[in-house]
Ligand binder design. Structure first.
Ligand code: NAP
Length: 503
């Protein structure tokens, strides 16, 4: 049994501090082994103001550094992340229950993000000179930081996703107050320790521990200039409501998904089945980009379903330390209840149950469930089962023979993150590109897994048109236009009606 991690408190102005007045406490157990107490945390709301003020005063100096100077700090962080990669991966696995091989990929993504941001994405915000922007006057577009960025992280990628906002924000000269999910506080603490080790100036990176209320108070703080949020649609909407009067505040909201994969009659079926297994059940379905709906052309449906079902039945589920495990547990008891509730809702609404989702008793005991597969007779925009993000290993199958109908299924839920199309016919892919209301459209590959070298964001209930990943540098900065006029005064340019005589 692993030992409980030492809790250090919030990280403010370069130091870990415990609140003098406690407003709450919480003990976190590993979802993969309910006897494994990971960390016990406590918090006080007074720290919110201190963390924001620390980030405000650090901003004054941090933004004045040249890009090359900030780059040095970030490359040092890359070194420190690399040294501690295994520790990061273990903390991610222990807190989320995801298999270690998967957490290692996440820790690798955190390291990779630094090079990608500095060497690739920053080109999007490179200074641009525009000759003769006005007659005989040159223009310059340059990008400056916004100020204090509140980063609110989800539990499912507790390192990679907040890091994906933090690195570009820092590269541009912003400072950070990061609040991790209450379900993954130790990953947040470890990140703060690594920033400390990398020697960042005091106050540039701050950490606040707590639950939803801490996040709510942080985003509503008057001195926060931007909120970089990854989480559910409901919380994203609340953040928008809570900041409605803060006209100056940038909101980048990366929210939920209800993603569709269309498999057409000419598809490589062997590949499509495998990719859909990964799409539907990786991370136990707890990815915003997981596949929730598979739309099959009628002519290949039986063969697809048979292979898909047989493979799903054999998926290995277990503790994160086991080598050959594909799926870990769900994150919490609440998530298991929610998953089982949707099994009931699907049944009540008349969905055919191809594979039943149930609780799995394993040793050690955790929040384990089996994957589930349903089939519905038709697309129903009113169906609670068909339109809700379940965030568990469930997938719903539709069969159609008309591509317009397939697109209609993809566009029904109101979420708009990813759609995938398996076909050899480029014109169908192009049609989907035009008609599917999504921020990511994949061709012959699963809905999940994305490149940090490309934008990542959704339409509708999945986002607010501020795509992250490669494009994060854009919302972390303000483009400033300058007209640079080096000409001497020209009397010919005086406006009619102005009697101008300089003495
Ligand atoms: P969540 O419940 O929305 O929580 C996200 C974060 O918001 C947590 O840190 C949470 O704190 C905090 N929070 C809760 N209430 C708040 C409030 N009123 N104001 C400010 N912050 C508040 O999401 P989750 O369960 O952690 O993550 C799963 C969700 O994230 C899914 O919907 C998934 O699709 C989405 N997601 C989206 C993307 C994307 O890129 N589009 C990527 C990954 C995940 P506590 O946890 O302490 O309550």
């Amino acid at each position: 049994m692993s030992t409980t991690y030492e809790y250090k408190g919030d990280y403010i102005n370069g130091e870990f501090i415990r609140p003098s007045r406690k407003d709450g406490e919480w003990s976190n157990v590993s979802p993969g082994d309910l006897k494994d107490r990971v960390v016990s945390i406590d918090w006080g709301y007074e720290s919110i103001d201190s963390a924001v003020l620390s980030a405000c005063s650090a901003f004054v100096k941090w933004r004045r550094l040249s890009f090359d100077q900030r780059k040095e700090y970030l490359f040092k962080l890359k070194e420190v992340y690399t040294e501690h990669k295994e520790e990061l991966a273990e903390a991610i696995s222990r807190e989320t229950g995801k298999p270690l091989w998967e957490a290692r990929t996440e820790a690798g993504g955190m390291i990779g993000k630094i090079d990608i941001t500095l060497n690739h994405s920053m080109k999007l915000v490179a200074e641009q000179r525009i000759e003769n922007a006005l007659p005989n006057v040159d223009g310059v577009i340059h990008y400056k930081p916004r100020g204090v960025m509140a980063v609110i992280g989800p539990f499912n990628f507790p390192g990679h996703l907040p890091n994906g906002h933090i690195i570009p924000a820092l590269a541009l000269g912003n400072t950070i107050v990061f609040k991790p999910s209450e379900k993954t506080p130790y990953v947040g603490q470890l990140m703060a320790q690594l920033f400390h080790k990398a020697g960042f100036p005091k106050g540039v990176f701050n950490l606040l521990q707590g639950q939803g209320e801490t996040g709510k108070r942080l985003v509503a703080h008057e001195k926060v200039d931007g909120v970089l949020f990854t989480g559910s649609y409901d919380v994203g909407l609340r953040i928008k409501q809570e900041t409605i009067q803060h006209y100056w505040k940038l909101l980048a909201l990366e929210m939920g998904g209800k993603n569709t994969c269309i498999v057409w009659d000419d598809a490589d079926l062997e590949k499509a089945v495998y990719e859909n297994i990964a799409g539907s059940f990786l991370t136990s379905g707890q990815r915003c980009s997981c596949t929730s709906k598979i739309v099959l052309h009628k002519s290949i449906a039986d063969k697809f379903i048979e292979n898909f079902h047989q493979t799903a039945k054999k998926l290995k589920i277990g503790h994160w330390k086991q080598d050959d495990v594909f799926m870990g547990p769900l994150i919490s008891e609440g998530s298991v209840d929610n998953y089982l509730r949707f099994q009931e809702i699907a049944k009540r609404e008349g969905a055919e149950n191809i594979m039943r989702g149930k609780v799995l008793e394993l040793n050690p005991g955790g929040h384990y469930v089996t994957p589930s597969i349903h089939r519905v007779a038709k697309n129903d925009p009113q169906s609670i089962y068909q339109k809700s993000e379940i965030f568990g290993p469930n997938v719903c199958i539709y069969t159609v023979d008309d591509f317009d109908e397939a697109i209609e299924v993809a566009n029904t839920s109101g979420f708009g993150l990813v759609t995938s199309v398996f076909t050899k016919d480029q014109s169908l892919y192009e049609k989907a590109w035009l008609e599917a209301r999504v921020g990511l459209l994949n061709w012959n590959r699963t809905t999940n897994g994305a490149s940090s070298r490309m934008p990542f964001g959704g339409m509708g209930k999945s986002g607010n048109d501020r795509p992250s990943a490669h494009f994060a540098v854009q919302y972390c900065s303000v483009p400033v236009s300058s007209l640079e006029d080096q000409t001497t005064f020209n009397p010919e340019s005086v406006f009619p009606g102005v009697d101008y005589e300089f003495k």
